[in-house]
Write a protein that binds this ligand. Structure first.
Ligand SMILES: *Cc1c(COP(=O)(O)O)cnc(C)c1O
Length: 388
């Protein structure tokens, strides 16, 4: 019996073109993955990626992206999730249970702290903050309840670079899992697993995407058992990523090292120049001696992201600093850095951390891909207008 056209359009035989190799692979999308037989459903093995079972658990496109992120981080087991924050949540939810404690650096990425204060607290998981610049202090805080310690390098906004090796060693000595937010390092500035860290997450939203358009996160480990715990949690939570987003990441990854290097060069040039300006009282860039933890950056890293902060001298009010940022034309106001557009955001440190370590108002700059001379001219015209 001849099948209906609609049926034939759905069931037409299709094979990827033989002998066709191209730099980019096809984008595969699926909710349903069709099994050849009932026996193959019964014998399915999602854990070792020997086959495909369901769209949420991976497609040829996302498996390739997982392999490339493993390559980038120097790990073996990767889980992809819909944002960087979802990657933080995936680690917390997979590894913590009621009665457990998680420790966060006191300069942690803000939304990670909010997750601990709200959802984790509701589940009976407690958290405390530690000083990331004091590895011995962290060691002294670990108890039998402590199951996970988050690390971040450098710290959000204030940019202190911690002794990651020392912090990871303190965790290891007590059998506590360490997890690093490696969004700044991006797998380029240093090899996180070589420092003794157990889990490395990254907001792929930032450098790996590089476009300011895609949201995605990854969780990577070298430990098979940890990798499976995270995959199981991920499977139960139902975090999926879109095939087209995976395609954009696969398109961007080959240029990540070049973009990181350009961002680094521009960031150091601009930060050094800002340090000579009378309106700026301090430069907080890990590659500069004026930044706390510079010695750790030097011992750990071969590069730095073009993301740094400066303190605007306290003789200017925070309203004047706001007016300065508003007067910038090329630097736009926004959070998600490592795209093509340079960004500037003022922060009120006293409001964020209780007390501010420095006088004045902080402005965080992130480098896009514009010419540095144009960015300097933009800052000069905005300072001339607002900081007089
Ligand atoms: C942006 C960012 C995240 C979160 O990534 P999203 O994809 O925006 O959720 C986490 N950590 C750091 C350090 C970041 O900069």
């Amino acid at each position: 019996m001849t099948q209906d056209l609609t049926t034939r359009l759905i069931h037409h035989p299709y094979r990827p073109p033989e002998g066709f190799e191209a730099p980019q692979m096809a984008v595969h999308k699926a909710s349903t993955v069709m099994f050849p037989s009932v026996a193959s459903v019964r014998n399915r093995d999602w854990r070792h990626k020997t086959g495909y079972t369901y769209g949420l658990h991976g497609t040829p496109t996302t498996f390739v992206l997982e392999e490339r992120i493993a390559e980038l981080e120097g790990g073996t087991h990767v889980t992809l999730v819909p944002s960087g924050l979802a990657a933080i949540a995936a680690v917390d939810l997979a590894l913590l249970k009621p009665g457990d404690e998680v420790l966060l650096p006191d300069n942690v990425y803000g939304p990670s702290r909010e997750l601990a204060r709200h959802e984790l607290a509701t589940f009976g998981i407690t958290h405390r903050h530690y000083d990331p610049m004091d590895a011995a202090g962290l060691a002294a805080m670990l108890t039998d309840k402590t199951k996970l310690v988050w690390l971040e390098a450098p710290g959000s906004v204030t940019m202190e670079f911690p002794d990651l090796r020392g912090l990871a060693a303190a965790c290891r000595a007590r059998g506590v899992i360490s997890a690093l937010d490696n969004t700044w390092g991006a797998g380029i500035a240093f090899r996180a697993f070589d420092l003794g860290i157990d889990i490395v997450m990254q907001a792929l939203t930032k450098f790996p995407s590089g476009g300011g358009d895609v949201l995605m996160g990854s969780v990577c480990t070298r430990d098979e058992e940890l990798g499976h715990r995270i995959k199981l949690g991920h499977m139960r939570l139902g975090y999926g990523i879109g095939g087209n987003d995976a395609e954009l990441l696969l398109r961007s990854l080959p240029s990540i090292a070049l973009r990181y290097e350009a961002s680094d060069r521009a960031g150091r040039e601009l930060a050094a120049w800002l340090g000579t300006r009378p309106e700026v009282s301090r430069v907080l860039h890990p590659a500069f001696e004026s930044c706390p933890g510079h010695v750790h950056w030097k011992a750990t890293c071969t590069a730095a992201a073009g993301l740094f902060s400066v303190m605007i001298d306290p003789r200017y009010t925070s309203a004047q600093v706001d007016a300065f940022v508003d007067a910038l034309k090329l630097f736009r106001i926004g959070y998600s850095w490592a795209g093509p557009v340079s960004l500037a955001v003022p922060y009120d440190l006293a409001g964020m951390r209780g007390t501010s370590p420095y006088p004045g108002t902080l402005v965080r700059f992130s480098m896009g891909l514009e010419a540095v001379a144009d960015l300097k001219a933009d800052i000069v015209q905005a300072m001339d207008r607002a900081l007089r």
